[in-house]
Design a protein around this ligand. Structure first.
Ligand SMILES: Nc1ncnc2c1ncn2[C@@H]1O[C@H](COP(=O)(O)OP(=O)(O)OP(=O)(O)O)[C@@H](O)[C@H]1O
Length: 238
């Protein structure tokens, strides 16, 4: 499970995340939504130990998170993407990233991850020559290959074609069905509506709404609900 407790993140004087709290339980696919600059990526970076909170706490599977925290071995992460070594092939990059875990190659879910990433023969090509979409797929493969209990994915569908987006969606639903915990950010609301069980909506760093998707939708499309929620918080703030 994922727990965010009164999290704030400042960059200098700017507050990107403002006393944000939410939880994601095993079995849930939670969409992290919000307009550009709402603080989604900042939240996710703290959640996986890539940046430190200015205030508040985050925990995964009941353990505190920080850079190199042991619990992060059980977390698949797609945020910005790791820096791949350009002269190594895609597959060699995955081996290199896996070597940090000190566990024997191959990772437990390598085949499934590669099938979803759909890189095929490109895996043997140098990563430095990958298109943006291919880099995104390689990042997805590294997130999934460890068969993580928790997934934190920042806009994972970017650069994927429709068939791959569907395969990813099915994968996330299946993973949650096996007791996994999934937090995924996206601007593609129609897509999100098909996969999320829950949603957290942020606006200018703050929590604007959270709960089971059905409660948030209240019979509306996610797009209509999202616009109503974020417009409402703008009114309240201004
Ligand atoms: N490293 C940084 N230094 C300074 N300001 C930052 C940094 N990272 C993010 N910000 C600022 O923090 C705020 C939140 O940004 P963040 O990337 O978390 O939002 P987001 O919801 O992920 O946006 P998007 O949907 O555009 O990806 C923005 O105002 C952004 O400019």
């Amino acid at each position: 499970m994922i727990r965010v407790e009164s999290l704030s993140k400042r960059y200098g004087r700017d507050i990107a995340v403002d006393r944000l709290s939410f939880t994601v339980e095993p079995g849930q696919v939670c969409a992290l939504l919000g307009p550009n600059g709402a603080g989604k990526t900042s939240t996710m970076r703290v959640l996986v130990g890539l940046s430190t909170p200015s205030a508040g706490r985050v925990g995964i599977l009941g353990e505190p998170v920080g850079l190199g925290a042991p619990v992060l071995r059980r977390v698949g992460v797609l945020i910005d993407g790791p820096a791949f070594v350009p002269h190594l092939s895609g597959l060699a990059n995955l081996r290199l990233l896996w070597s940090a875990t000190r566990r024997a190659w191959p990772p437990p879910a390598l085949d499934e991850a590669l099938a979803l990433a759909g890189l095929g023969a490109h895996l043997e090509r140098r990563a430095g020559r990958y298109s943006m979409g291919m880099r995104q797929r390689l990042t997805l493969a590294q997130a999934l290959m460890r068969d993580p209990d928790v997934l934190v994915l920042d806009e994972p569908a970017n650069g994927l074609d429709p068939a791959e987006v569907r395969a990813l969606r099915e994968h996330l639903v299946a993973r949650a069905g096996r007791g996994g915990t999934v937090l995924v950010s996206s601007h593609q609301l129609a897509e999100v509506q098909q996969v999320a069980t829950h949603a957290v909506v942020m606006d200018r760093g703050r929590l604007a709404a959270a709960g089971p998707l059905g409660d948030l939708l209240a019979g509306r499309s996610l797009e209509d609900a999202f616009l109503a929620i974020t417009e409402g918080s703008t009114d309240a703030a201004g």
